[in-house]
Design a binder for this molecule. Structure first.
Ligand code: F6P
Ligand code: MN
Length: 336
């Protein structure tokens, strides 16, 4: 298949669409290079002694897998000295990582979930890396970047994407000019465009939710799912299918390619409790989904309009098919 490389795509975006400053282009190339290295570690599996847990917990109180830590280090090391960043934040680190004084600094902030879906690593199912890029606020030039500087709404993202380590290794990216997919050609080591600009199919009948969490659902979410399970005999008048990978990257990728809706609602009994992180998961995925013609809400309003109050804040997530997201969100508003 003849297709352009990621590098060429980014240079063209810089020249033609004038949408991409060269610092951001180089930053995306660095993230892509780190994802390539992570993909080699993931693929080595037991042979590379990268499987299993470390016995430690991350800031979220979750058991850290060896690959969570390896991928976090790879992303930090790759991006530290490039000169494009002011600081980084990761799901695996308690606070932000400032660029050390021995390296040049830039104006961007990089946030990442190094290995998303890490419960899948040891059983050889797809995992991924999610990233989001913000600009450091202007007023922080000349002083140290703080955690507060990261607390910008998703609308401020200048780039977002994910790598998925599955049967193929893919990089799916937006810089606000559509969504593009690149496949890693392992023989020559480069990313080649295989889809884009991507528009997610609308009107397909597939939902993704962890059904075992039903007791945590609001009445609106329960109503939405019950109506779909009733299928052709119920108010929807058509049958639905269900898929749940337990790896957000894999579920969102399927939705981008095949349509449908993904939901991880907040716990209705404890509204401040949710599973997914706003800054590392919900915002970047919402940017991609909106750019591909879909919608993303926290169950009440657009995710990217949420003003963050903490680096590790969690939110309810409903994303994918525009009409389906609207129905769940409407049911949520009615019963709020
Ligand atoms: O990062 C959190 C995550 O692993 C997501 O990738 C995934 O969608 C979700 O958790 C799976 O949660 P559960 O284990 O409750 O199905
Ligand atoms: Mn994750």
């Amino acid at each position: 298949m003849q297709s352009i490389t990621l590098t060429r795509f980014l240079i063209e975006q810089q020249r033609e669409a004038n949408a991409l400053p060269s610092e951001l282009r180089l930053l995306i190339e660095t993230v892509a290079r780190a994802c390539k290295t992570i993909s080699y570690s993931v693929a080595k599996g037991a042979l590379g002694e990268v499987l299993g847990s470390l016995g430690s917990e991350n800031v979220q109180g979750e058991v850290q897998k060896k690959l969570d830590v390896i991928a976090n280090e790879l992303l930090l090391d790759a991006n530290e000295w490039g000169g494009h960043l002011a600081a980084m934040a990761s799901e695996e680190m308690e606070t932000i990582h400032r660029i050390p004084n021995r390296y040049p600094k830039g104006e961007y902030l990089l946030l990442f979930d190094p290995i998303d879906g890490s419960s899948n690593i040891d059983v050889d199912l797809s995992v991924g890396t999610i990233f989001s890029v913000l600009k450091a606020p202007e007023e922080c030039s000349g002083r140290e970047v703080t955690e507060q500087d990261f607390l910008q709404s998703g609308r401020n993202q200048v780039a977002a994407g994910y790598a998925i380590y599955g049967p193929q290794t893919l990089l799916v990216l937006t810089i606000g000019t559509g969504v593009y997919e690149f496949t890693l050609d392992r023989e020559i080591g480069s990313w080649r465009m295989t889809d884009g600009p991507m528009q997610m199919p609308q009107g397909t009948c597939e939902f993704a939710i962890n059904m075992a969490r039903r007791k945590q659902w609001s009445t609106g979410v329960a109503r939405y799912i019950d109506e779909r399970i009733e299928g052709a005999e119920g108010p929807c008048g058509k049958d639905y299918n269900m898929r749940w990978t337990a790896s957000m990257v894999a579920d969102v990728h399927r939705i981008l390619k095949r349509g449908g809706i993904f939901m991880y609602p907040a716990d209705a009994r404890h509204p401040d409790k949710a599973r997914l992180r706003l800054m590392y998961e919900a915002n970047p995925m919402s940017f991609l989904i909106e750019q591909a013609g879909g919608a993303a809400t926290n169950g009440f309003g657009p995710i990217m309009d949420v003003q963050p109050n903490g680096l590790h804040q969690r939110v309810g997530v409903v994303l994918g098919d525009r009409a389906e997201v609207e129905i769940v969100t409407e049911y949520g508003r009615e019963t709020a």
